[in-house]
Write a protein that binds this ligand. Structure first.
Ligand code: C2O
Ligand code: CU
Length: 465
């Protein structure tokens, strides 16, 4: 049992610095070049046990945070100094297929690969994480995950809370052995929910905040756990406090959505603005609900972290505008182009009965480049939930049936790249399959399901007209 809740401060992963600037051979524009080493680190998780050995980007878990500017391309060299093969996926980026972290495109220990990132999309919170075939869950769980923030001028003009008031909160859930080492998910075939909740790598941290607005960027980087988050103040225990969701996977929503609960599943990103000026001198606890689908609850999994709010008033020049941006929704269609059934079959996880290792059959869609397609995602049951991620595109969540029955307001107010498919649910999503052609993956982001073959491919083809 972990007894040190809210005893240690929230770590803020350091910002990755540019190694050097190189010139694009064709456009002549400057490209930022970075080097990242994948290597071991020790982390003292339980004060009364031995340290855990992790493997992270630059020997950090989470890895360093990339702060990128729209329009400035980047090349990142990932050098594998670990014992496992790796493949790096920049989740949320429309990377060209050779740089998208294709699961079988692994970099062996001792080798490196240069990844080219266009940084051409609107501002958003992305994350980079491992995607190596069959061992994604192990690699990501042991530490290969980090935040990558893309900024743009339109967003900057809104004057949202920024700088030290813009904080990434990477959630994860893990389990440890008696000696303090990590309990490995390698032998798991369904899920590993984890009894220890971490934020930015620290179990149940506290964070000292000023009584003002903060922008919090949530990422659920856990391999199997879904959260339903809410804020509770000391003085009003049991009462959920209101906050505003301002952005999701593909960046800003059309307008802030006021909520008291936030559902976030694996790989989803939601950004919120919380106004701590209402809680001067109080403690505000970030809580998690219990009983979410088949997720297993443990003693403290209903708690996440604590905000310790300062007593003295401060000046807050930041803004929360009533409108944020115009969402480039794909044009609505009435037909369903594809139906995909996500289910457990013969002890394995499948999409339309196909497994990723079935190389002859795993390409399940061939959208012509630039066409809007509508996909119906169906949960095959068994009580499991599956957060489904489609690479390359931002999609609109069109409808939900047999579960939530309605698209949540903050799912509808923006574009997504992961959608939670609850037990028995049917969810329709719509996307423009662009801007590049190439072979891309789509899969369940419960990384244990993914490693056990709940992954397939789609091939965006260029058709001359
Ligand atoms: Cu975040 Cu294909 O993954
Ligand atoms: Cu799944």
């Amino acid at each position: 049992e972990y007894k040190w809740l809210y005893q240690f401060p929230l770590p803020i992963p350091q910002t990755k610095t540019v190694n050097r600037t190189i010139q694009h051979p064709v456009t002549g524009k400057a490209i930022n070049y970075y080097e990242v080493e994948i290597r071991e680190l020790k982390q003292q998780v339980y004060p009364d046990r031995g340290p855990a050995t992790l493997v992270g980007y630059d020997g950090m878990s989470p890895g360093p945070t990339f702060q990128m500017q729209r329009g400035t391309e980047a090349v990142v060299r990932f050098i594998n100094k670990s014992k496992n093969p790796n493949s790096v996926h920049l989740h949320g980026s429309y990377s060209r297929a050779p740089f998208d972290g294709w699961a079988e495109d692994v970099t062996k220990p001792g080798e490196y690969k240069d990844y080219y990132y266009p940084n051409g999309q609107n501002a958003r919170t992305l994350w980079y994480h491992d995607h190596a075939v069959d061992i994604t869950a192990v690699n990501a769980y042991y530490g290969q995950a980090g935040v990558y923030v893309l900024h743009d001028a339109e967003e900057a003009a809104l004057n949202l809370p920024s700088g030290i008031y813009d904080v990434p909160l990477v959630l994860s859930a893990k389990q440890y052995n008696r000696d303090g080492s990590l309990f490995s998910p390698a032998g798991e075939t369904t899920s590993l929910y984890g009894d220890v909740i971490h934020v930015n790598g620290q179990p149940w941290p506290y964070f000292k905040v000023e009584p003002r607005k903060y922008r919090l960027r949530f990422l659920d980087a856990s391999i199997s756990r879904t959260f339903q988050l809410y804020f509770e103040s000391d003085r009003k225990a049991g009462e959920k406090q209101e906050f505003s969701v301002i952005a999701s996977d593909a960046g800003l929503l059309s307008a802030p959505q006021k909520v008291k609960d936030l559902y976030i599943s694996m790989a989803e990103r939601y950004e919120v603005v919380v106004d701590f000026s209402k809680f001067k001198g109080e403690n505000v606890t970030l809580r998690n609900a219990r009983k979410i689908a088949a997720d297993i609850d443990y003693l403290h999994t209903d708690k996440v972290m604590k905000f310790v709010v300062g007593k003295d008033s401060v000046e807050d020049k930041s803004n929360l505008p009533g409108a944020l941006r115009t969402i480039p929704y794909p044009q609505d269609r009435t037909t369903i182009d594809h139906e995909f059934l996500f289910e457990r079959k013969n002890g394995g996880w499948r999409i339309n009965g196909v497994s990723f290792s079935d190389t002859a059959n795993r390409v399940l869609a061939k959208p012509p480049r630039g066409r809007v397609e509508t996909w119906k995602l169906i949960n095959g049951g068994g009580g499991w939930s599956h957060p489904i991620h489609i690479h390359l595109v931002d999609f609109k969540v069109v409808s939900r049936k047999n579960g939530r029955n309605a698209v949540l307001p903050y799912e509808a107010a923006g574009l997504k790249d992961v959608v939670w498919l609850g037990p028995n649910e049917e969810v329709v999503v719509e996307a423009n399959y662009a801007p590049w052609d190439g072979l891309y993956m789509f899969h369940c982001h419960n990384l244990i399901h993914e490693d056990h073959e709940m992954m397939a491919a789609f091939n965006v083809s260029f058709l001359a007209d």
